[in-house]
Design a protein around this ligand. Structure first.
Ligand SMILES: NC(=O)c1ccc[n+]([C@@H]2O[C@H](COP(=O)([O-])OP(=O)(O)OC[C@H]3O[C@@H](n4cnc5c(N)ncnc54)[C@H](OP(=O)(O)O)[C@@H]3O)[C@@H](O)[C@H]2O)c1
Length: 259
């Protein structure tokens, strides 16, 4: 069985998200080791997950597990590949959560190690509602891929995608919540200022968002027809500026990740 022992190199946000999702589903592995160069981050993680073994400044210890998540930003990730190569067990599987660094580049940095997966996770995995596409190296067998998918599906959907699409998902689904969360929290505060209870406003916003998405994908209406369902658009005059922001900033981010 894959994943009896798990290591995370990097104990920041995405590690917390994944561990949170596994625990919420009752699937927390018995042996989890997390390394990070930031001791404060590791201590905070262990306060939340007391059974996790922390390895300050010892990436080799996290790398010596059956399933090894690389949870670092691309520049730091490139730097540590040589350092962990000798700690990897031959049958280990390495799962990189970072954009930008290809399976071929990871393999080269790891001295020819080939048992590599790339995943583009997203934050709703913390409540088992993620969208986490994966790309596998050809060194993994169909049965290993199947086992990994069973494990990953605890966190949400994990479609298998061509590796070249990882960066597109990084912009759309990994960063995606950041485009909306601040707006939805603003609506919640407004709702409360209008005199609604916190429960009522949260329920209303949750139904509104679910319903808005269902309308887009289940109504058989065109985008223009969907948008025309509501004639009053109090912030409609700023739409063009917002669309311009999306096109410029997100295109630039995608280009940066693909460069
Ligand atoms: N958060 C998400 O929702 C999300 C979604 C999809 C993909 N990812 C990917 O996941 C990776 C990690 O992202 P994150 O959000 O978890 O970032 P993060 O919260 O900044 O965590 C990264 C951690 O790595 C530590 N670190 C830096 N260099 C290190 C080294 N050489 N050895 C060990 N630890 C080191 C950092 O310490 P310092 O803080 O002291 O630098 C930090 O604690 C990135 O590639 C990101 O693109 C994240």
């Amino acid at each position: 069985m894959i994943g009896r022992t798990i290591g995370f190199i990097g104990g920041g946000r995405i590690t917390r998200i994944i561990l949170g999702g596994l625990r919420r589903a009752g699937q927390m592995p018995d042996h989890v080791t997390v390394s990070d160069e930031n001791v404060g981050t590791l201590n905070a993680l262990r306060a939340e997950f007391p059974n996790v073994i922390i390895a300050p400044n010892d990436n080799g210890k996290a790398a010596a597990n059956e399933l090894v998540f690389l949870a670092l930003h691309p520049p730091a990730l490139k730097e540590i590949l040589g350092e962990i190569a000798t700690s990897l067990q031959p049958e280990a599987i390495v799962v990189s959560l970072a954009p930008k660094i290809s399976i071929a580049a990871l393999s080269e940095g790891l001295g020819g190690f080939k048992r590599i997966v790339r995943m583009n996770p997203n934050a709703p995995s913390i409540v088992n509602s993620g969208h986490n596409p994966v790309a596998f190296s050809t060194a993994l067998t169909p049965s290993e891929k199947g086992e990994l998918k069973v494990l990953f599906q605890v966190l949400g959907a994990c479609p298998e995608i061509p590796e070249r699409d990882i960066e597109a998902y990084a912009v759309l689904t990994a960063m995606g919540p950041t485009y909306f969360w601040f707006q939805l929290y603003e609506l919640i505060e407004l709702g409360k200022s209008f005199g609604l209870s916190a429960d009522a406003v949260e329920c209303g916003i949750a139904d509104m968002v679910r319903g808005a998405v269902a309308t887009m994908f289940e109504s058989d209406l065109s985008p223009a027809e969907v948008i025309d369902l509501v004639p009053v658009k109090p912030i409609g005059e700023d739409e063009a500026a917002l669309k311009h922001l999306y096109r410029t900033k997100l295109m630039a981010m995608y280009a940066k990740l693909r460069s």
